[in-house]
Design a protein around this ligand. Structure first.
Ligand SMILES: *Cc1c(COP(=O)(O)O)cnc(C)c1O
Length: 379
């Protein structure tokens, strides 16, 4: 079935009690045994499993075309759970411009537990090849990256990983399975922050790991989920499953708005440069065209005039909300360097946009008025 159909139906099961069309929320933490002491209905204790979590996991596995998904209480919970499956001395190659939180846990937490991490520009394939060691267990990919919108060739990186006997994991948060299919490109593991596009309404925190195949990797991730316990609540699972139902249509609208706004910004005199994989001048536009169906709703752009001008434009926005995160129905504008600091490498004149579901004309009008006053002040 097509992804629109899967998004509506995957993970659903009939409600035998009342015939409810949408699933009930099982808040119970504990489930009853049968008279003979067994658990024929499948659930014992909600840290180990819960009907709403099962439904979400089945749905996410189905959307990505994987064997199984394992849900967590946040995207960072999912990322941490994956690295907890590794052992001291294992080597990880991670993107030099990984999501800020990924960099923090690898540098400041997992390094202390003996994980050996090399941060590499994954668009430089020779650099990736020479970073591989006999102990390399995983190459962690993120594409498009946050906030530089770099595009990593997943097929190439997966091939390098496999040649080294390692796996390729892909943070697919920005693209979602609607725009990009990491398993079809050779990835072995897909990670999501369901907080973003999958949930889609800025009202839940969640994360997931999806595996391509049944086996040892799934078992060890499941063990970390159940015993380390960073599990999502039944309500957050319910919200995520509800959000996913409209994901394919939302991603089209986010992408349509993204393309419109990016094109408009690229022609604006107050803008130094726009980073959007759908623009022909993006350095990896050809790779993006190959591995993405549409280019999504995330845009970064460099403002002429530095940090002060970037802050000023953000402060004048009315329809765009000044807020972090992404992937919801509201359009957001954010000065990334000031939220990532200290240690951020994001340029001070960069603004990041998450294009929501408002009409692109209204979004462009808002940016126009926010940038207006500057036009006369620059030469
Ligand atoms: C937000 C995000 C994360 C972390 O997810 P949380 O749900 O905030 O913990 C990881 N990767 C990317 C690309 C993100 O945008």
């Amino acid at each position: 079935m097509k992804i629109e159909t899967l998004a509506v139906h995957a993970g659903e099961s009939d409600d035998d009690t009342y015939g409810a069309l949408t699933p009930p929320i099982y808040l119970s933490t504990s489930f009853m045994r049968d008279a003979d002491g067994g658990y024929s209905r499948g659930h014992i204790y909600s840290r180990a499993s819960n009907p709403n979590r099962d439904a979400l996991e089945q749905c996410l596995a189905s959307l990505e075309g994987g064997a199984a998904a394992v849900a967590f209480s946040s995207g960072m919970g999912a990322i941490s759970a994956f690295f907890e499956t590794l052992s001291p001395g294992d080597h990880v190659i991670a993107p030099a411009d990984a999501y800020y939180g990924t960099g923090v846990v690898l540098r400041e937490i997992f390094a202390r537990w003996g994980l050996d991490v090399g941060f590499v520009d994954l668009t430089d394939h020779a650099a990736v090849e020479s970073a591989v060691t006999p102990k390399t267990k995983v190459i962690w990919v993120e594409t498009p990256t946050n906030p530089m919108l770099r595009i990593v060739d997943v097929e190439r990186i997966a091939a390098i990983a496999h040649a080294a006997g390692a796996i390729c994991a892909c943070d697919n948060t920005f693209a979602t399975p609607v725009l990009q299919r990491p398993f079809e490109l050779g990835a072995d593991l897909v990670m999501h922050s369901t907080t973003k596009y999958l949930g889609g309404h800025s009202d839940l925190l969640g994360g997931a790991l999806v595996v391509r195949e049944d086996g040892e990797l799934l078992e060890s991730i499941r063990k970390v989920q159940i015993h380390m316990g960073a599990v999502p609540s039944a309500f957050d699972c319910w919200l995520a499953l509800r959000g996913v139902k409209t994901l394919p249509y939302r991603m089209r609208a986010h992408s349509e708005g993204g393309a419109r706004v990016a094109g408009w910004l690229a022609a604006h005199p107050a803008v130094e440069r726009v980073l959007y994989p759908g623009l022909a001048d993006h350095p990896a536009h050809e790779v993006a065209r190959r591995q993405m169906k549409l280019f999504g709703g995330m845009i970064s752009f460099f403002v002429r005039g530095g940090r002060e001008e970037a802050m000023r434009i953000a402060s004048r926005a009315r329809l765009f909300s000044r807020a972090t995160s992404l992937g919801g129905v509201h359009s957001l504008i954010e000065h990334r360097a000031s939220i990532e600091a200290p240690g951020s490498r994001t340029p001070e004149n960069l603004l990041r946009l998450s294009i929501g579901l408002e009409h692109p004309d209204d979004l462009i009008d808002d940016l126009q008025q926010a940038m207006e006053e500057r036009i006369g002040t620059i030469d």
